[in-house]
Every structure is written in C-alpha cells, then in structure tokens.
Design a protein around this ligand. Structure first.
Ligand code: F6P
Length: 329
C-alpha cells in the first residue's frame, strides 16, 4: 500500500505528531510506504512531494508547524486542478490519501471523494476547536495555554498601572479560545463572536472592577462585535480599548496575541490527541474506510463521514457562556 499525506489550511501545533504516528504505524505494522505532499492540496496538484519514511519523522513529535508545509490551495478553483490530482495520484501509484486539515482542507477531501472517487481519509485540526463532528481538535489546548499564560502576565502589569488591558485572541467565528483562556486566566470580561456585546455593559464591568481595586482584564475573540452594529475596522481589541478609554476615562491598552497562539511546541494533550488521530487514520486506510475522518467522542476515537467536518460550525453554547458570567465585572 502506498499512502499520500498532506497538511492544509492554517498550521497548528500537533500536525507533526499526526504525521509521525501515521508513518510509524503504517511502516512498522503494515509495511506501507508514504509520500508527503508539500503545502496541502498545492503539492498534490503540482506533484510537489517530499520523502516520508521513519527517518524523516524522527524527532518531530514536539515540533510546532508542519514538516510538510501548508497552504489554502483549492484544486476546485484551479484550472484542471481535479484532473491534475488524479494524474499525480496515478503516477505515484497512491492507494489512499490522508488529509490533515480544517473545514477548507477536509471539505475539499470530501468533494474529491464524493464526486471523483479519490480515496481520502481525514484528520481534523484547528486551534479554534470549532468542528462540530469532534469533541476536541488538537492545537486548541496549546493555544488556550499560550493565551492563559499571556493573561496571567497581563494581570500584574494591569494592576501596577491601574489600566484596562484588552487581550484579543483568535477566533473569527467562534469564541472557544476566548472562553477557555478567559476562564482559566481569571478574565473580568469575555467577549465571543456568538453573542454581540453591549458596550455600556462592558464599561460598567470595567468600572466595577476598578471599584474592587483591581484592574480589569478583558478577553475578546477577534470575531466579537458590538450589539449596536457599529462598524469595527481592523482589530476589535484595539477598537474596544479606544471605546473604553473614551467612555470611562481609564487608560486602556490592547495585546493582540495573533499567530503566537499557533506557534511552538504542542501541549502534552495535543500530542496525545494528534498521535491517536494519526494511528486511527491508518486503521481507517487499512479498512478501506475512505470518505471518513477520525473524531474524538469522549476519550474514544471514532470515524464519521468526511462531510461532517464541514456540515456545521461548533459554536459556543449560550449556557456555557452564561456560566462564565459570574466572573464578569
Ligand atoms: O482557523 C485558524 C485561525 O488561526 C483562526 O483562529 C484565525 O482567524 C485564522 O486562522 C488566521 O488565519 P491566517 O493565518 O490565514 O491569518
């Protein structure tokens, strides 16, 4: 059996752990060979490959990023993209493809399988943890850890200067990182894209925090928006600090964590999850379970249709968000 492996979309800590597990199990237990495709679907379309054997995956478990590179290339919008994929896979005598990615990459895998019979197995990844088919995606725990450490550090400088500190975390569509890091870091306000915020209420929380003689820390997901629909140009965190300063007269600063949340070594949990996903993806290939992806349900790794990766965004449950409200202000 010859298997292709690719990583697509935004990178995320744990990708290398998946690649390592796939190759180690595939080679050691089944005697398979592998081809790595460079930069996601671009590498498959263009036949841009890297050798992938046990030697190539040695030492990569704790490394962030992806040794295969990544891109958001969509073969369906390229002239002849799908035909070229068929040609490349035939030329390399590829029996199956393991695609590691988020909604974009796995959506392409789902279409290639459903519409063109390409034998794909998916592995879900995203630091956003917003894929509905799986309880957790690897990369999320690492991102939350990085954001929590940042919040811890910002508490002390905020208190020293009696300033408002706004921490903007990733999450264009969902507020999972904001909610988890905000709770773990003891934030006084957490704002998520799923619920529009009321600026008057936010300023009231800021004021009450100062009354309690502590400086407020606000965690805001990059996709959060004010209720009155006022247009926010650029960073919502910068916009918010500016609005709070003007309304309350308190000095405010913003820290935009950005891609720091996606870089560096994966946490132990993400290594564990990514490794298990890799091992189970090999089982899926062995069983000919094309058109499926691996997913975590509780502590069990299961298979679900690839289309489930793209079906529905896993939004923050309003009840879960409401739980955090006791700490606001
Ligand atoms: O989906 C992962 C993610 O990191 C989001 O949280 C973020 O909004 C986006 O990717 C950033 O994308 P890019 O790296 O292309 O700027």
């Amino acid at each position: 059996m010859h298997v292709g492996v690719l990583t697509g979309g935004g990178d995320c800590p744990g990708l290398n752990a998946v690649i390592r597990a796939v190759v180690r199990k595939g080679v050691q237990e089944h005697g398979w060979s592998f081809t790595g495709f460079r930069d996601g679907w671009r590498g498959v379309v263009e036949g841009d490959t890297v050798p992938l054997d046990v030697r190539a995956v040695r030492g990569i478990l704790p490394r962030g990023g992806t040794v295969l590179g990544s891109s958001r290339t969509d073969p369906f919008v390229l002239p002849d993209g799908v035909r070229r994929i068929g040609e490349q896979l035939a030329k390399l005598r590829t029996d199956a493809l393991i695609a590691i990615g988020g909604r974009g990459t796995l959506g392409i895998a789902a279409r290639l399988h459903a519409e063109h019979g390409v034998p794909c197995v998916g592995v879900p990844k995203t630091i956003d943890n917003d894929l509905s088919a799986t309880d957790w995606t690897f990369g999320f725990d690492t991102a939350v850890g990085i954001a929590t450490e940042a919040i811890d550090r910002l508490h002390t400088t905020a208190d020293s200067h009696r300033r408002v500190l706004v921490v903007e975390v990733m999450g264009r569509h969902t507020g999972w990182i904001a909610l988890h890091a905000g709770l773990a870091g003891g934030a006084n306000v957490i704002l998520v894209p799923e619920q529009r915020f009321d600026l008057d209420q936010v300023c009231a929380w800021v004021a009450s925090r100062f009354e309690a003689t502590y400086a407020p820390i606000l965690v805001v997901a990059e996709g959060a928006r004010p209720r009155d629909g006022a247009p926010v140009q650029g960073s919502v965190g910068v916009w918010l600090a500016d609005a709070i300063e003007r309304r309350t007269g308190k000095e405010a600063r913003t820290t935009v964590l950005g891609h720091v949340q996606r870089g560096g070594s994966p946490s132990a949990f993400d290594r564990w999850l990514a490794t298990r996903f890799g091992l189970h993806a090999v089982d899926a290939v062995r069983d000919g379970a094309h058109g499926t992806m691996v997913a975590l349900r509780g502590t069990r790794v299961v298979r679900v249709p690839l289309s489930a990766a793209t079906d529905r965004l896993k939004a923050v449950d309003p009840a879960l968000y409401a739980e955090a409200g006791v700490f606001f202000g």
